[in-house]
Design a binder for this molecule. Sequence first.
Ligand code: NAP
Length: 277
Amino acid sequence: MDGMLPPILLVGCGNMGGAMLDGWLKEGLAPSFILDRHRPSVPAPHHLVRSMDEIPDTFHPGMIVLATKPQKVDAVMSAIAPFALRAPVLSVLAGRTVGALTDGLDKALPAGSPVPVVIRVMPNTPSSIGQGMSVCYAPTATAAQRSLCTRLMRAVGDVAWIEHEDQMDVVTAISGSGPAYVFLLAELLEQVGTMEGLPPALARQIARQTVAGAGALMLRSGVDAATLRRNVTSPGGTTQQALEVLMAPDAWPATLATAIRAAARRARELSGPSPVS
Ligand SMILES: NC(=O)c1ccc[n+]([C@@H]2O[C@H](COP(=O)([O-])OP(=O)(O)OC[C@H]3O[C@@H](n4cnc5c(N)ncnc54)[C@H](OP(=O)(O)O)[C@@H]3O)[C@@H](O)[C@H]2O)c1
């Protein structure tokens, strides 16, 4: 099993948990338990369970991954807590602080138990194809636990660490929610193309490939986004006409800043105290 990712207990396997699991399965994951109400199956040798009661006490995960909606995690906190004495807890829950999660787990454990280690990670859905962006924060984790987290998240994309938890709200607004903004761009390009007379299939093809190709070029070339933009913008040409509209101070610069601030504000609101803490 050398070179395999460690066994995990994945709690919640919807959009985000499923995206990470898909990436981990491709990288080789030691036999793991996946708790989810909806996922139809997981490939052998992994185990899909519908309730925490089905997980044997003898299971020793290398990491417990929390990927339910934030408001659903409290219902399983006391069932997760005993496993949190065996392995760090990696939470991808938007807005749930390390402190709130640690308190929730701690309160579900017998008095005098060691305090569980919680690692907070904000991933995004391109993780399912190994192109995710994960930002991690772990004030109490050991170097070995941080490196295990890096290993898991690197298996599904790029990884960065922050040392100040308040930065997680902006991270959530940019990279956690960000794929939706890019998909919206593709949707709008397709819609406008159709409105301007292109056959719908052609509008879709050119919108999708343009968004995907531009992203891939940015990543592979390593050139900064502003330079790549300028490379497409001949003075007096068509792109310049469009960019003058988009880059007007009250257009994209203002709209995007307002949108990111709204998402970050929502992330802060979600960090309210957990009902179990
Ligand atoms: N989606 C993203 O792009 C993204 C990005 C970054 C972070 N996140 C974070 O990832 C977390 C999950 O988001 P998501 O979009 O993946 O949510 P989701 O699609 O609703 O997935 C959560 C899954 O967990 C299941 N579940 C919850 N409690 C359960 C329980 N006690 N037993 C069995 N199954 C249970 C849910 O079933 P039910 O619906 O029946 O409860 C659902 O299938 C959130 O905290 C979010 O903040 C998401």
